[in-house]
Design a binder for this molecule. Structure first.
Ligand code: DC
Length: 223
């Protein structure tokens, strides 16, 4: 059987992770949450007190820590380990969210994580990856490329719901999403960008099931 690679890219809060994970479970595919990998490196940098804006210092984070990323078939989810300890909520904090875009701008970090993403994927027949540069850099020849987006207000609203925050915080959440979009799209290496041959799905007016079904149909049509 040929390998099947599905690349799902898009801005923060567009629903990539939820959609990719659900579709992977339904179609029995391996799922790689590449954002979780960047978040783990950001968490490690914060833990070690490394200034994330100092490009050279970030290599120390790789020297001083061990990272492991894998898909747990039993739990049907991607797991990240720092020094053999699994991180779950630790990589979803505000501090990590503030630091991660700077970490993800770093060429050394990107080179290492992209190499790992390719290595993990090569072992599997059918893989879904979600991120910012999957269809453009990690797997430019992916069989299915999808770019998910939604209006900033809707993305912020979904974030509020996920994080159980009050409606009054919508402006702060939206500001943070737009700040991350800007850094992610303007960086020199692997910027957030829709691949020319990616299918754009605007999920602003769609419910989760509709998006899942659309993505599933696109993959099944390729199988
Ligand atoms: O998808 P997410 O919010 O978990 O991603 C966290 C950060 O990681 C995001 O701000 C940009 C970065 N990222 C990246 O640069 N490239 C990827 N393939 C995935 C995420």
């Amino acid at each position: 059987m040929e390998q099947l690679i599905v690349a799902i890219d898009g801005p923060a809060g567009s629903g990539k992770t939820t959609i990719a994970r659900n579709v992977a479970i339904m179609l029995d595919m391996l799922y790689l949450d590449t954002g979780a990998m960047y978040r783990t490196v950001a968490y490690a940098a914060l833990k070690d007190g490394v200034d994330v804006s100092d490009f050279d210092k970030i290599t120390q984070v790789f020297e001083n820590n061990t990272f492991d990323f894998k898909y747990c078939e039993k739990k049907k989810k991607m797991q990240v380990f720092l020094n053999e300890e699994e991180l779950v909520n630790e990589i979803r904090t505000d501090d990590v969210e503030v630091a991660v875009s700077d970490v993800a701008r770093n060429g050394i970090v990107r080179e290492r994580l992209v190499a790992l993403q390719r290595k993990i994927s090569k072992k599997e027949k059918r893989v879904i990856l979600d991120g910012r540069d999957i269809g453009t850099v990690v797997f430019p020849d992916a069989d299915v490329k999808i770019f998910l987006t939604a209006k900033p207000e809707e993305r912020a609203r979904r974030r509020l719901k996920d994080k159980k925050l009050p409606e009054s915080e919508i402006k702060i959440v939206m500001k943070d999403l737009l700040r991350r979009d800007k850094i992610d799209s303007e960086r020199a290496i692997g910027p957030l960008k829709q691949a020319e041959d990616a299918i754009l799905i605007d999920t602003t007016e769609l419910i989760l099931e509709e998006v899942i079904n659309k993505v599933k149909e696109l993959i099944i049509a390729k199988k």
